[in-house]
Ligand binder design. Structure first.
Ligand code: SF4
Length: 227
C-alpha cells in the first residue's frame, strides 16, 4: 500500500487508519517489483542481523487484496519466505470484499494465515459500520468464505456507543450460524484498541467479549479474544 495514506474497499467508522476521505494517498501503490525488491532487501538484512521474523503480515493502510498484482506479490513473498525464513508464516489481514475474484481467492488459499473480516451478518449494520465503498453482499461473502473449506480465520470487531452495538444476541446468534456454515479454523474477536475516526465509540466490555467467546467455543470453534 502507499505509505502516505489509505486505500480501502470499506470505510469503517472504527478504522485506526482514519476515514478514507481524510487520508487520500498522493502516491501510487508500489509495483510488484518494488514490493519484491524491498522485501528481499529487508529479509536479507534480517538474516544477517536479526531479528528473525515469526510472520510476514499484509495489513495496514487499507485493503491489501485490492492491489492489482496481489496474487503475484503473494507468490513472490512465499518464495522469499522459503528462501530466507522457511519457518516464518505468511499472513494476510483482509476485509474479504474481494474474495469473489478467483485470483484473490486462490492467493489467499496459499498463505498460512488467511484472516478475513466478518463483523456481523446484518447488512444494515455493515452499511452503517463497515461502510463498503462498492457493492457488498454479505450472503455471497459468507458463501465464498465457506469455499475456503476451513482455510480461513474469521476476525470480528465488537463495539458499542454512538448508536452502534453488535454485542447483543440478535447480532451474535446469526453471526454464529454463519460461522457454522463457514467452519473457520479459528475465530478472532476484538474490540476498539486505538483512537477511532468516529467519536463516541466504546469498547465492548470484557464480560461481553468473554460471553461471545463462550458462545463461539460452544459452537465448536477455537476462539481468541483481544480485549
Ligand atoms: S477494512 Fe480495515 S483498513 Fe479498511 S476501513 Fe475497515 S478497519 Fe480500516
Amino acid at each position: 500500500m502507499p505509505a502516505d495514506g489509505k486505500i480501502c474497499t470499506f470505510n469503517c467508522v472504527y478504522c485506526e487508519c482514519g476515514f478514507n476521505e481524510e487520508h487520500r494517498t498522493h502516491s501510487k501503490r508500489p509495483s510488484r517489483e518494488e514490493v519484491r525488491d524491498a522485501l528481499c532487501a529487508r529479509l536479507e538484512d534480517m538474516l544477517a542481523h536479526g531479528p528473525k521474523p515469526d510472520v510476514l503480515t499484509f495489513a495496514g493502510n487499507g485493503e491489501p487484496t485490492a492491489h492489482p498484482d496481489f496474487a503475484s506479490i503473494i507468490d513472490d513473498t512465499l518464495s522469499l519466505r522459503d528462501k530466507f525464513f522457511p519457518n516464518a508464516k505468511v499472513c494476510v489481514l483482509s476485509n474479504a470484499t474481494l474474495i469473489g475474484r478467483d485470483n484473490v481467492f486462490n492467493a489467499l488459499l496459499k498463505v498460512d494465515d488467511n484472516i478475513l473480516k466478518l463483523d456481523t451478518v446484518d447488512s444494515g449494520y455493515i452499511g452503517k459500520t463497515d461502510r463498503p465503498t462498492g457493492k457488498y453482499d454479505v450472503a455471497k461473502t459468507i458463501a465464498r468464505l465457506t469455499e475456503f473449506q476451513g482455510h480461513v480465520m474469521i476476525q470480528t470487531m465488537f463495539m458499542k456507543g454512538n448508536g452502534f452495538d453488535n454485542t447483543a444476541d440478535c447480532y451474535v446468534v446469526p453471526w454464529i450460524e454463519a460461522l457454522r456454515q463457514i467452519k473457520p479454523a479459528c475465530v478472532m474477536i476484538y474490540t476498539i484498541d486505538r483512537e477511532t475516526p468516529m467519536k463516541g465509540l466504546e469498547k465492548a466490555t470484557k464480560e461481553e467479549l468473554d460471553k461471545i467467546a463462550r458462545q463461539v467455543t460452544e459452537a465448536g470453534f477455537r476462539c481468541t479474544v483481544s480485549y
